[in-house]
Design a protein around this ligand. Structure first.
Ligand code: GLV
Length: 314
């Protein structure tokens, strides 16, 4: 059996060597190969674990049975002319939920406690106001493996938490709103909006001017989902008008964020370079190797965790 690793991505996270090493350790006796081998011997490849592979490349592999996405979001992958008949599996959690929840809770604490007042090198004002009122309502868009962890973590810190999902969410302590018909009500009661939705046809540009304006005045936005969920010009207009107090953005419509983006220098915007939930090597390789063993034993991809419903988009 041959597993292809096709990885394009910036930074040490995406260098090929450590991934090959991890998969070779977990899948002894199988051939773990890179793109140049697959180009020379396309008929050998049965499985592919990929991150942003070259457009159209996977469609050149005639025996490809299953594609594994080395990340949680498949929006970029679905734009790469995949062979339509080959099932696609994405990573489920593998620790990313906890890391993203940590990022979000840090942003919440930074905002609600005014931690920016105490940057290193500044003299701290001992009489600084200490917020001690009722914590604001945190509204989490999406409550899957990632949004669910974010909601649970915020609830642990005793924020009043609500979630919004496409379909009703059972379980989880937070009050759940669902469907487009409940979105406005959800937003109207949310002081700190966290986007953890996958990017699909239904969520692209979801947060436009009208929806962001439903948030109460002085609300904050934290985006750990995908940049294209937000209409950037609308967000900037609402920050400039004072309706929104701040935006903490980890994801962007175009990444890396272009040098001329107004986000870079906006006084109410914090930009981080898509680091809230990097794919962790060991757990990701472990999850994919375990699924691959099940597939080799005859399991159907459709029944496995992380199976992507192409029509739904995640
Ligand atoms: C990162 O954004 C991922 O999709 O895993």
């Amino acid at each position: 059996m041959t597993l292809l690793l096709a990885i394009n991505g910036a930074g040490e996270n995406w260098s090929l060597g450590p991934w090959i090493e991890r998969f070779a350790k977990r899948l002894p006796g199988r051939d773990i190969v890179g793109v140049s081998y697959a180009k020379a011997h396309p008929e050998t490849v049965r499985y592919a674990a990929v991150w942003k592979p070259d457009k159209g490349f996977l469609a050149t592999l005639p025996k490809l049975e299953v594609i594994f996405n080395l990340g949680a979001g498949v929006d970029a992958l679905l734009k790469r002319d995949l062979p339509i008949e080959v099932p696609l599996l994405r990573l489920v959690d593998v620790g990313m939920g906890a890391k993203i929840a940590e990022y979000v809770c840090f942003a919440l604490a930074r905002i609600t406690r005014g931690l920016d007042r105490f940057e290193p090198g500044t003299e701290c004002d001992w009489s600084a106001a200490r917020p001690r009122g009722r914590p604001p309502t945190v509204g989490v868009l999406g409550a899957g493996a990632i949004g669910g962890k974010v909601a649970d973590a915020a609830a642990f810190f005793e924020y009043d938490v609500r979630t919004w999902t496409r379909t009703p969410r059972s379980g989880g302590g937070a009050r759940n709103f669902f469907g487009m018909e409940q979105l406005d009500e959800f937003l109207a009661g949310t002081n700190m909006l966290v986007n953890a939705l996958p990017l699909t046809a239904a969520t692209e540009n979801l947060l436009d001017r009208a929806r962001l304006a439903r948030l109460p005045a002085g609300a904050h936005l934290i985006n750990v989902g995908r940049g294209a969920a937000i209409v950037d010009a609308d967000l900037l207009a609402l920050l400039d008008s004072g309706h929104l107090a701040s935006a903490t953005l980890d994801v962007f419509r175009t990444e890396p964020l272009p040098a001329d983006s107004p986000y870079w220098r906006h006084p109410k915007v914090t930009v981080t370079p898509h680091l809230s939930g990097p794919t962790p090597l060991e757990p990701a390789a472990m999850q994919i190797a375990a699924l691959l063993v099940q597939l080799e034993a005859g399991a159907r991809a459709e029944g496995l965790p992380g199976y992507v419903d192409r029509a739904r988009g995640y």
